[in-house]
Structures are given as C-alpha cells and as structure tokens.
Design a protein around this ligand. Structure first.
Ligand code: UGA
Length: 432
C-alpha cells in the first residue's frame, strides 16, 4: 500500500521504516523541517534510535521510503495517512493540539481533489474525543468531503518506547485499531496483515483512552513500587527482592516494578498529567493519577536528600552526576530526574560534574552552568560523592580503582547497578 506519515519524530520514523520493511509498503514521511527531510532522503536518520539508521538507509536505498515537506502531495499520492505529530504539554498540564490541528487541515487540503478512498489514522497521543471533535471537522472543512462516506478515519495508538522504538514497533504486544466505521478499520487491519499479533477493533474514543490508561497504569506501577521502596529503605529491605516476589504473581507481572529515581521522558509525565487534567474538565477527581505524579515528583530528588545525610552542608562539595538521559539508549532528557537533581544540587551550593554517553549536548541547554566531562572517570575524579541517575551499561564498569580517585568513595544509586563495588561504598535510593 502507499502510506504517508505526517511527523518524523520518535513515533513517525520507526513506524515509517517499520511499515516499509515488515509491511512491504511504500512510505512517504512528511515534516515541516526541511533539514530533516533532506537528511532522510539522503538515508540519514535524524534521531538516535537503535537499529533505525541501518533500516532507514536500506529503505531509502530500496526506494520504499522517502520524505517531503509537502503534506498535500504526500496525502494525494497515498491511500492511508498517519498523523504522528507531537502533542506537547502546556503549562496547566493539558495537551497542546496546535500541531494536530494544523496537520489535520493540511491533510484535508490533500484530500480535496482526490477521488479514491483514503483513510486518515491518528497515531499521536490525544485525549478521548480529539479525533472526532478536532481532527475530523478540520479534514471535512478543508476537503469538502464527509468522514465515513468519502474518507475513513481510525485511531491507532502507538506503544513503542524510546531507545527500543523500532523493535517495539515491529514486535508489539497488540495493535489497537479505533475505527469510525468498519470499512476504515478493515483497511488498517489489512495494512497490518504482516503483524501476527492480537488486533483489537474499538471505537475511536476507546482507542484514544487505551493509550492514556496504558501509560498511566505503567507510571502508577512505578510510583507504587517507589512508595514501597521508600518503606524498604526505612526497614533496610531490598525493594528488588520485594518486586521479584510480588512480580511472580502473573496477575501483577514483574515489568515496570524497577524502583529508582522516578520516571521521566516525554510520555509518562505528560500523559498522566493530561489524563488528570482531562478528568478534571469532566468534573472528576483523578486521585490515583495525581498521587502517581506527586510520588514521582518527590522521588526525583530523594537522592539529594540522602546525600545530605552524608553532607548536611553541600556548599563547596563536588558531586558527580552520572547519567542525564531519562533512560539509557537515548539522548532525550525531557523530564529526566537528572534535571531536578542538578537544580537541587546547585541550589544547595554544590559543584556539579556531569557525564552521559549521549545526552550532554541536550543537558547543556538546561544547565549550561555546570561542568561536563567526556567520561565517567573524569567526573568521579576528586568528587565528594557520585549520584547515578541513568543506568547506562557502561557505568557497570566502575571499579574500586575509579573509587580511589574520588575524594570520598561514595556512590548513591538512583538506578540499580551491577558493578562490583564494596557494599560500604554504595547505597541505593530504595535499597540498602
Ligand atoms: C513509554 C511507554 O513505556 C511506551 O509504551 C509508550 O509508547 C511511550 O511511553 C509513549 O507514550 O510514547 P518511554 O517513555 O519511551 O515509553 O520509556 P519507558 O521505557 O517506558 O520509561 C519511562 C520512564 O520510566 C524512564 O524514566 C524509566 O527509567 C522509568 N522506569 C521504567 C522506571 O523507573 N521503572 C521501571 O520499572 C520502568
């Protein structure tokens, strides 16, 4: 099939390369950013994602994937269009639909002179009702056509994770197809025929909510285990033993019970807040969602509180912060606990030396005032303590020799590490 995808971010690009390869479809990616479009057409991947650069290059070479800035043309020359633009968070926690609205209008333009049947698929994360109330009316107005008669509409949420985006896209647990009508849904189910996984067909609104409920439940699992972890810390229990014991119950499952310095990223913090804000608009009280956010906010700076048990006065102390990305495998620092941790350390008068294998350039935008090093050894040298905020594999190589270079051999772990360091030199945020 000929497919166009509007938006070439962490969702649009892996989906584009994935549909071109596994689905054997012809894909046109659309973005307003000319530089990005040129890169893609040269076979270069504009984002950092495992295995994506190789596949993207191959798909471009094979003529199965190309990019353009012209939405209208891309829509006109395809039979399915995905809307995969960002839905960033606004000050009040609700989502900003500006990109979605603009893209819907551009898609409408592209459909105006098109005679063949076309299905528009919303892949961006949007609160229930958005596809029906914001996307469809704009397409109808610009195209002069009627949804459900002249063109189809689906809502197909994406569950991929940053860092493993391509693999997650190619091997999903399930595919959710929210449909305006049966014809639209069947077209999208056919497009996914190479994906041998459960496919569930729902209403548009149910599909929109499935995405928010999934992310919110995963985030709640993390805040829950962090709350239990805070109790474990008091009782000198290892929260990972508790998580393993609890997680063996198949009704609970061990995934997303890794306790630590709290969740970050462009999705969980934004989506839990957006769902809470949406519920409030409906005069409902999102108690669990609010607590999930609250527990997480407090969790992010727990490491600094624990550092103060060692140094009640942090002024003039040099603290190494290892790991700046919100998780390993990405250069993304959005809502990363490291941002708050560095702010707090600076506020308390500490000198910060920070290192991350991928995310230094991004963190420099947020915290230009601190010192960055080109490896973890340099960050540890002469430091009064180190905080591990992201569990990059390379930090497992930290050795006793590295600790000898520190002013005081003390590592506080915000993530579970596997290095061989004496127990008295390391402390976990929610484990002994
Ligand atoms: C998340 C979801 O996992 C995806 O299913 C979803 O598609 C995506 O959001 C999205 O909405 O686009 P992502 O934010 O990329 O994916 O990353 P995760 O691997 O879920 O990690 C999120 C945060 O939770 C990270 O800061 C991570 O360190 C933290 N986390 C994760 C924990 O603290 N404990 C865990 O057990 C798991």
């Amino acid at each position: 099939m000929d497919i166009s995808i509007v938006g070439t971010g962490y969702v649009g690009l892996p989906a584009g390369a994935g549909l071109a390869s596994k689905g054997n479809h012809n894909v046109t990616c659309v973005d307003i950013d000319e530089e990005k479009v040129e890169k893609i057409n040269n076979g270069e991947c504009p984002i950092y994602e495992e295995d994506l650069p190789e596949l993207l290059e191959k798909m471009v070479e094979d003529g199965k994937l190309s990019a353009t800035t012209n939405t209208s043309d891309a829509v006109h020359n395809s039979e399915i269009t995905f809307l995969a633009v960002g839905t960033p968070m606004q000050e009040d926690g609700s989502i900003n639909l500006d990109y979605i609205k603009q893209a819907a209008e551009d898609i409408g333009e592209g459909l105006r002179d098109k005679e063949e049947y076309h299905v528009v698929v919303v892949k961006s994360t949007v609160v229930p009702g958005t596809t029906e109330n914001e996307v469809i009316p704009r397409i109808e107005e610009k195209s002069g056509k009627k949804a459900g008669e002249d063109f189809g509409v689906c809502m197909n949420p994406e569950f991929l994770r940053e860092g493993t985006a391509l693999n997650d896209f190619l091997n999903p647990d399930r595919i959710v197809i929210g449909e305006l009508d049966e014809k639209s849904g069947s077209k999208i189910e056919e497009m996914y025929s190479a994906f041998d996984v459960p496919k569930i067909r729902t209403s548009l609104q149910a599909a929109e909510l499935i995405k928010y409920a999934s992310n919110s439940l995963l985030a709640t699992k993390i805040s829950f285990i962090n709350e239990i972890g805070n109790l474990c810390k008091e009782l000198n229990i290892d929260v990972y033993e508790v998580a393993d014991g609890v997680g063996l119950d198949h009704r609970i499952n061990r995934d997303f019970l890794d306790s630590g310095a709290g969740f970050g990223g462009s999705c969980f913090p934004k989506d839990v807040r957006a769902l809470a804000s949406f519920m409030e608009e409906k005069n409902l009280d999102p108690k669990i969602l609010n607590d999930t956010i609250q527990v997480n906010e407090e969790q992010k700076t727990k490491l600094v509180e624990q550092l103060q048990d060692h140094y009640p006065d942090l002024s003039g102390k040099t603290i190494a912060v290892l790991g700046l990305a919100f998780k390993p495998g990405t250069d993304d620092i959005r809502q990363s606990p490291a941002i708050d941790i560095i702010s707090e350390l600076k506020y308390l008068g500490a000198e910060v030396k920070a290192y991350d294998p991928k995310a230094i350039e991004n963190m420099k935008q947020k915290h230009p005032e601190i010192q960055y090093t080109s490896n973890y050894e340099e960050a540890l040298k002469d430091a009064d303590a180190a905080l591990i905020v992201t569990d990059w594999k390379e930090f497992n190589q930290i050795s006793r020799e590295d600790l000898q270079e520190m002013n005081k051999a003390l590592i506080l772990e915000g993530r579970r590490m596997e290095y061989k360091i004496d127990k008295e030199n390391r402390k976990g945020v929610t484990w002994p």
